[in-house]
Structure formats: C-alpha cells, structure tokens
Design a protein around this ligand. Structure first.
Ligand code: FES
Length: 77
C-alpha cells in the first residue's frame, strides 16, 4: 500500500453483525483493518466494531476521524 492511500478513505463492503477490528495505529498492512502489527510496535490495539446494515462503508485510514472507524472528512483538514 502506498503512503497516499493511507490518508484517504477506503470503500469497504461490510457484513451485518460480523465482528471487525479497525486499525487505530496505522501499522497494519491490511488497512483499514487490524493485522496485529500494533503488538510489534507497542501501539494502540484495534477498535472492535460491527454494523447493523450490510452495505459499502467509507472507512477512515488517516486515523484522524472523530467517528471511527468511518471517515468524517478529517483527512482533508
Ligand atoms: S480517511 Fe477521512 S477522516 Fe480519515
């Protein structure tokens, strides 16, 4: 993944009631999801979440959002 992509949202089709882990530390190579890299970097753990509706979501990758794990436009600021 290029650095450019790390700072723009990613559209992801999420499944209803499935448990996901959103990367909060930016070290994951599987953005926007946690891949366990925070352990090696002694960084913040993932944010666990699920959704009530199966659809495509705009997921934050810049980690600046006020509405994690979703993009709120903060990457533009
Ligand atoms: S990618 Fe948009 S707020 Fe983080």
């Amino acid at each position: 993944m290029s650095d450019d992509k790390l700072y723009t949202p990613i559209k992801v089709a999420l499944e209803k009631d499935k448990n996901y882990g959103w990367c909060t530390c930016s070290h994951s190579k599987n953005q926007p999801f946690c891949d366990g890299s925070h352990k090696a970097h002694n960084a913040t753990p993932s944010l666990r979440f699920s959704v009530e509706e199966a659809k495509v979501y705009n997921m934050c990758t810049c980690k600046l959002t006020s509405n994690p794990p979703f993009c709120d436009g903060s990457h533009k600021k």
